[in-house]
Design a binder for this molecule. Structure first.
Ligand code: NAD
Ligand code: UDP
Length: 322
């Protein structure tokens, strides 16, 4: 297959490009390098099946040759990134999604949207299954991301219904692993970096909010399963093991052997209190389930971070707090 991956030089995108090449597909990566890095794909650039084009997918771009599948991952994705780039985030979900849907429609290719657990907002149902419609503040600081993804889902379904495009929606829950940016502001990368640097771990709120963390290799297997099938979804892709943020901080301290303290800071506005995916649909229809236990995934992540220059990247600004 020849697969177009938008956002292919980012955290998830670079792992997906690599997995596709490894199984014999060829890949065209489209990225504007706003949060992606050349170093994520440097090892792929010499591979004959891999092409990389620098472009903004919300503008005009061209893909020459056959296309069998399109995976749309391009978007600011961490809360710090989308707080800094609100208009670009809305554009990535709206114009960006439509440009990639048109590409898929023109080639009668499979289209997979990287949506998010954020479509459930600060959920009132727990765990969240795909039939839950969500609880999203449409005007809060997170809305640029949440509503952009909700619009992207609606657009995807409209292309499926009215243009007969073979679409699939993946609702990705918090995923972590090697190639996260040390300063992306997300909880795993931040805690690991702080622990390795001997800095206090910044716990927002009292740390009682929960997340369910999926290791990147598991998530990529789920995306491959979605590329290969004609199923529309949506499918929750995530690990259903739920932990509080405070428990996560303590686990990172134990795994790194760090004696950093916990520093409690105000909770960001609209920070979801609980999040855990119900993954029965993905298990039954995709035959997918996560395999890497949290401790093992975190160990691999710590090992990777400890080989990186820990001060690389620009320290983020805090998002809006309550
Ligand atoms: P990332 O920031 O590492 O990757 C996003 C990539 O998209 C970057 O390479 C960036 O340069 C590129 N990009 C952004 N806007 C672009 C544009 N207009 N044109 C071209 N390229 C553009 O983030 P990630 O964690 O790899 O996330 C990838 C996708 O998965 C995103 O759509 C995100 O919303 C979704 N997702 C990720 C998670 C997670 O936990 N990692 C959870 C839910 C959903
Ligand atoms: N968080 C934290 N300290 C940090 C970064 C994040 O306590 O330095 C919390 C954040 O408030 C949220 C959870 O960790 O409750 C996950 O945050 P992340 O930004 O990774 O993803 P989100 O699920 O909010 O999109």
């Amino acid at each position: 297959m020849r697969v177009v991956v938008s956002g292919g030089s980012g955290f998830l995108g670079s792992h997906l490009c690599e997995a596709l090449l490894r199984r014999g597909d060829s890949v065209r990566c489209l990225d504007d390098f706003s949060s992606g890095r050349v170093s994520n794909i440097a090892h792929l650039l010499h591979e004959p099946g891999f092409e990389s084009t620098t472009c903004d997918v919300t503008e005009r771009f061209r893909v020459i040759g056959d296309v069998d599948a399109v995976v749309h991952l391009a978007s600011p994705a961490s809360p710090f990134d989308y707080a800094r780039r609100p208009l670009e985030t809305l554009a990535a979900g709206s114009r960006g999604t439509e440009n990639l849907l048109r590409l898929a429609a023109g080639h009668r290719a499979r289209f997979v949207l990287a949506s998010t657990s954020e479509v459930y907002g600060d959920p009132r149902e727990h765990p969240q299954d795909e039939d839950y419609w969500g609880h999203v503040n449409p005007i809060g600081p997170r809305s640029v991301y949440d509503e952009s993804k909700r619009f992207a889902e609606a657009l995807t379904m409209a292309y499926r219904r009215s243009r007969d495009v073979n679409t699939g929606i993946a609702r990705i829950f918090n995923t972590y692993g090697p190639r996260m940016r040390a300063h992306d502001g997300r909880v795993v990368s931040t805690f690991v970096r702080q622990a390795l640097d001997g800095e206090p771990l910044t716990v927002f709120g009292d740390g009682s909010q929960t997340r369910s963390l999926c290791y990147v290799d598991d998530l990529i297997r789920g995306l491959l399963a979605m590329i290969d099938r004609r199923l529309p979804g949506p499918f929750n892709l995530g690990n259903s093991l739920e932990r509080t943020v405070r428990e996560l901080a303590e686990l990172v301290l134990r795994l790194t052997g760090s004696d950093s303290e916990l520093r409690f800071l105000p909770l960001p506005v609209d920070d979801p209190a609980r999040r855990r995916p119900a993954i029965t649909r993905a298990r039954e229809e995709l035959g997918w389930h996560p395999r890497v236990p949290l401790e093992e995934g975190l160990r691999r992540t710590v090992t990777w971070f400890s080989t990186q220059p820990v001060t690389s990247g620009r320290p983020p600004e805090r998002p809006a707090v309550g």
